[in-house]
Design a protein around this ligand. Structure first.
Ligand SMILES: [Fe+2]
Ligand SMILES: [Fe+2]
Length: 336
């Protein structure tokens, strides 16, 4: 039996610590227009997530169900970002710190954590408040010790983690503060340099896996000649952010759609990402769902990859997690 490395991936924990729990209704409170509020309410209750603050128990469920692993990748979005400005908000910062501490304690020296869009801040769906903030960057990369770029070797494979908000800055820039834009651009340029250097050092043919929270970043990576050159040995790109296979499926169907500019920045950002989504296929994109999944399908869980040390192809499995606190984890494991 050849040696196999066991890799686990979880994403979009969206934990709500006490400070965020006290902000029940935060998403609708910032929406002034009654029609928009009604539409968002219907979307949240029927499809996305009725109560985003009610799923903290899934972090413990994951830790209990995970078993042992050679490496665990947390693919971003640790808090609920209920102030929409990322972890510089004290309550969101506390939520993210709790998750990262819990995971680092559970998997000592075996956790690689990716920065998600909600660590840095993101404008609310229709409320037009918030966005990426440099103070959140400082806390995420300082106190929370999140590495914007990382590499780990696992057998003969190299795993690479990148920061999607930096790569997709042209899409997110309208949500940043004008006084902070120059610094964001410099951070993005430095990030791209790190990626170029790492890929230049990767031996041709060496298998690698990419971890990128938000697929909005992929068309910007596609513009990099060295990235395109190394795509033949890329085994998979694991994204999070979309939370459910339903949105992943829809996104691929809507790839190439026109940009929608008249419904606010959040809709413009999403439609622009979908317009450029045709290149996802080249990146061999695989979704790690949120621990919760969506309200409609309750399809949350985490991924496992079994990576043969002899270089054979990876085998991917999805482990579902139950919604009900305290319920046993369902035993069914489905190939994904
Ligand atoms: Fe998320
Ligand atoms: Fe996200």
């Amino acid at each position: 039996m050849p040696e196999t490395h066991r890799l686990l991936v979880l994403s979009d924990v969206h934990y709500a610590g006490p400070g965020e729990q006290a902000r029940r209704g935060y998403e609708l409170r910032v929406v002034k227009n009654r029609l928009h509020r009604g539409l968002i309410w219907a979307w949240r209750h029927g499809v996305w997530l009725k109560d985003p603050l009610a799923h903290n128990h899934l972090l413990d469920q994951f830790c209990a169900a995970a078993g042992e692993a050679d490496l665990v990748v947390a693919n971003g979005d640790y808090s609920c970002d209920s102030a929409f400005v990322g972890v510089s908000d004290a309550a969101a910062g506390d939520s993210a710190r709790y998750v990262l501490t819990r995971l680092r304690d559970r998997f000592p020296n075996r956790l690689a954590a990716v920065l998600g869009d909600h660590e840095l801040g993101k404008m609310s769906l229709a409320g037009r408040v918030g966005g990426p903030r440099l103070a959140s960057w400082e806390r995420a990369t300082g106190e929370l010790a999140l590495e914007p770029f990382w590499q780990r070797a696992l057998g003969n494979r190299v795993l690479v983690g990148v920061t999607s908000t930096l790569l997709a800055l042209p899409v997110y820039e309208a949500e940043t503060l004008p006084a902070e834009r120059e610094r964001w651009r410099a951070l993005r340029a430095a990030h791209l340099d790190q990626i170029r250097s790492a890929l230049a050092a990767l031996e041709p043919g060496r298998r690698w896996l990419l971890f990128c929270h938000d697929p909005t970043a992929l068309p910007f990576l596609w513009e990099e000649p060295l990235v395109r050159e190394r795509l033949t040995s890329l085994e998979a790109t694991v994204i999070g952010h979309l939370h459910t296979g339903l949105i992943f499926w829809l996104s691929r169907r809507l790839a190439g759609m026109p940009e929608i500019r008249f419904l606010g920045q959040a809709i413009h950002r999403m439609s622009r990402a979908l317009r450029q989504a045709r290149c996802w296929r080249q990146f061999k994109v695989r979704l790690c769902p949120s621990l919760t999944g969506c309200e409609l399908l309750k399809d949350g869980g985490f991924l496992e990859a079994r990576l043969p040390a002899d270089g054979g192809p990876a085998r991917w499995l999805k482990h579902p997690l139950p919604w009900t606190p305290g319920a046993p984890t369902r035993g069914a494991v489905s190939p994904t």
